[in-house]
Design a protein around this ligand. Structure first.
Ligand code: NAP
Length: 269
């Protein structure tokens, strides 16, 4: 496993996405993921699978301290009292501590400052270790950073070879925030891509593996692919024995519209 370090915290660069799996499907997929080397698991109140994820972690032979567990507060629960109540409930469902708590998506009615304040309270109480956000724009991310007494560890957003995020990535790098890429395989659509397949052929890797490698090779980027099939779970974690060169990185960036010079220099390309 490789790690992305932000605010002194080592976040496993490859995580396991669990939506839309529930029940025994989710539990056995997370168990298999932990067995095959994943050390970062992504769930949410909205996914209705926190109990299954917690059970898989409890069953696993991997020490709890080695697993980075992320959950998210549902958008409807972002008022202070709802954050406190619902996250206590998440912790009960998970049956273990929460390493990283995210706002799932910005509320249309509750100010970011109120939700972030409640998350800081949960940190003080020891219910959650770190906090972050998801689906935040650059302006919303800056507001969350300014409001929080503790570092905002990540902004989890959709990011893959067909979805360019230059402004967000620049903002994350400048503020030392991890950009966690959800739907990193474009929900499976990367699979038939000829450029990714051609690059992968050089290394004996698939298009999906190249997409994941391209993400985690970027400064402060982590990726959380979801897979229910055992072969996909195994394939997606097998991305630590090859490296894309600068030209290959640029070819994949071209698919999302290319790189602006500022981001190119931040990424060292
Ligand atoms: P994804 O990970 O890009 O794609 C998942 C799809 O790709 C599944 O259909 C899976 O099939 C298939 N797949 C996985 N590995 C493959 C491989 N090696 N070859 C071919 N196909 C493969 O999309 P996602 O599920 O939308 O995103 C991942 C995770 O991000 C979610 O599970 C969730 O935890 C998180 N997420 C967060 C938000 C948010 O708002 N914060 C939004 C969306 C997602 P099988 O299942 O059949 O193996």
């Amino acid at each position: 496993m490789e790690y992305v370090t932000a605010a002194g915290v080592d976040v496993p660069a490859l995580g396991f996405g669990t939506w839309p799996m529930t029940g025994t499907t989710c539990r056995s997929a997370v168990q298999h993921a932990l067995q095959t080397g994943y050390r970062h698991v992504d769930t949410a109140q909205m996914y209705d699978n926190e109990a299954a994820v917690g059970a898989a972690i409890a069953d696993s032979e991997v020490p709890r301290a080695d697993v980075f567990l992320v959950t998210k507060v549902r958008r409807q629960n972002l008022a202070r009292d709802d954050v406190l109540r619902s996250v206590e409930e998440s912790a009960r469902e998970l049956g273990t501590g929460i390493d990283l708590l995210l706002i799932h998506a910005p509320s249309r009615s509750v100010p970011i400052e109120e939700s972030v304040g409640a998350m800081n309270e949960l940190q003080e109480r020891g219910v959650v270790e770190h906090i972050g956000v998801s689906n935040f724009s650059v302006d919303q991310l800056r507001r969350a950073i300014a409001a929080s007494e503790t570092p905002v560890l990540t902004n989890q957003v959709e990011y893959h070879p067909f979805e360019s995020r230059p402004d967000l990535l620049e903002c994350c790098i400048e503020n030392g925030v991890v950009l966690t890429a959800y739907s990193p395989l474009a929900q499976g659509k990367v699979v038939g891509n000829e450029v990714l397949a051609e690059i992968g052929a050089t290394y004996g890797k698939t298009a999906a593996q190249v997409a994941l490698r391209w993400l985690i090779q970027q400064e402060l980027v982590a990726a959380i692919p979801k897979a229910s099939s055992r072969s996909h779970i195994e394939e997606n974690v097998d991305v630590f024995d090859f490296e894309l060169d600068d030209e290959e990185m640029e070819r994949v960036f071209e698919m999302g519209g290319g790189l602006r010079s500022r981001l190119r220099s931040l990424l060292g390309l």
